[in-house]
Design a protein around this ligand. Sequence first.
Ligand code: ADP
Ligand code: MG
Length: 218
Amino acid sequence: MISTRQLTYQYPGGPSLRFDDIDVAQGGVLLLRGVSGSGKSTWLALAAGLLSPGAGDITVAGQSLKALSKVAGDAWRARTIGFLPQKLHLSAALTVHANLAIAQWAAGQPQNDARIREALAALGVQELSARKPAQLSGGQAQRVALARAVLLQPKVILADEPTASLDDDAARQAVELLQTTALHQGATLVIATHDARVAANLDNQIGFQTLSIGRSLL
Ligand code: ADP
Ligand code: MG
């Protein structure tokens, strides 16, 4: 679950952002909408504990992020958050399998090849495990990045503009894939996007909510 109360953030020399309160139940889906520059990526960084709010409270998966120290925050994030960044950040020098292995390593976990194979299989890309990122299509690379995001079975999946630069078919597939993956994991899913195709493709029978982000001065 995710709850925010009177959350604000200001970049040094940047705009003052204020976010409406939201409560998302565990397993729920939240669509973060807003034009470019409205603060969607900032909201995701706050929810991941990568930024500390100027004011207000945010609780994610039962943890008040205020109470997290820098060091404890890294371990908490690795266990709790699966992040699908806008730029996928797959390591070009490494195979698909090794890209997932370093995610386990970065989380302080022993390498678990069986779990890597399972995560790749769940996204339908197990046969690509020996390839390098340059040998993947855009859609395949996104599946690999999503397999990496859910590798440690996070309670929360945060996706930043997952349909950017995808054609309509691929955009629909990406939204479906995110939603089925989150459902399969029982994870809370947050999709930040300015792309109207995401709302059009989300299955609202699973009960989702929308948070519209507008840049607001304090
Ligand atoms: P969105 O993801 O909705 O496009 P962002 O959260 O990236 O919006 O940015 C919100 C606002 O904060 C924008 O006006 C952006 O220019 C500004 N901003 C983002 N990152 C920084 C930064 N590191 N320093 C200063 N301003 C920033
Ligand atoms: Mg953004």
